[in-house]
Design a protein around this ligand. Sequence first.
Ligand code: BTN
Length: 265
Amino acid sequence: MNAIEFRIITLQNNIFSGLFVGQNLITIQQVDSTNNFLKELLSKSEPLPEGTVIMAERQYAGRGQQQNRWHSEPGKNLTFSILLKPAFLPVSQQFDLTRAISLGVVEALQPILGDKLSIKWPNDIYYDGKKLGGMLIENILHGNNIKNSIIGIGLNINQQVFPLEVPNAVSLRQILQRDYDLKALLSDICKNIEAAYLSLRSGHFGEIRHTYLERLYRLGETKRFRANGAEFEGIIENVRPEGTLVLRRGEESLEFSTKEIEFLN
Ligand code: BTN
């Protein structure tokens, strides 16, 4: 992290109504990736409070899942990372954190976007079959537990045109033909993520798993998939507690982890 690479604009916050998520908000004009920045901050500074949020106006090397790049037009969208410390969560249950965070984001957007919102397994935020956002959750483990979790979230908000490499992207602006205030949205999202996280911390795993499944994109629909180089028709039936996707193909029940399967249209 180099002082020339970024400029910290704000170090305090007063529009966030939650208990801790967003109470320590650091807004940066530009950075390679808010996840990288938060990771470095964690390793270099005094203990950072849980709920610290790093928000960037521009990421010049935003990272997506599976080594992909995350594209976001500067100043138009939400690109931020949240620090959580789910020491209560065994590593074997880390997918429940993914579930809770995905639900927090969906619940924040629900009043604006309604029921066409869904979660594409494992944690993409979808609207009517298009990708509105995604997340990159990086967990730092301590023995069998999660010491720190860096929750990086990118949501397309006011961007009007997307590059050809992301033909399936959609933004709030494209859906509703109006611009949104990024800080106000961030505040709402943080509040909902905090509520979902507190529910997880209270042990409401059953409820979180159930609600995640209810929100799952293409659950119970016959659709095309590609796995091991072959295309086939299948039906998403379930997601195992540890996060594996369960598909039915004819009489067979198949299970996939994230890199093993692709959704086709
Ligand atoms: C994906 O769907 O591929 C995940 C996208 C995650 C993007 C966010 S933007 C903020 C944070 N910083 C990053 O470099 N990536 C995440």
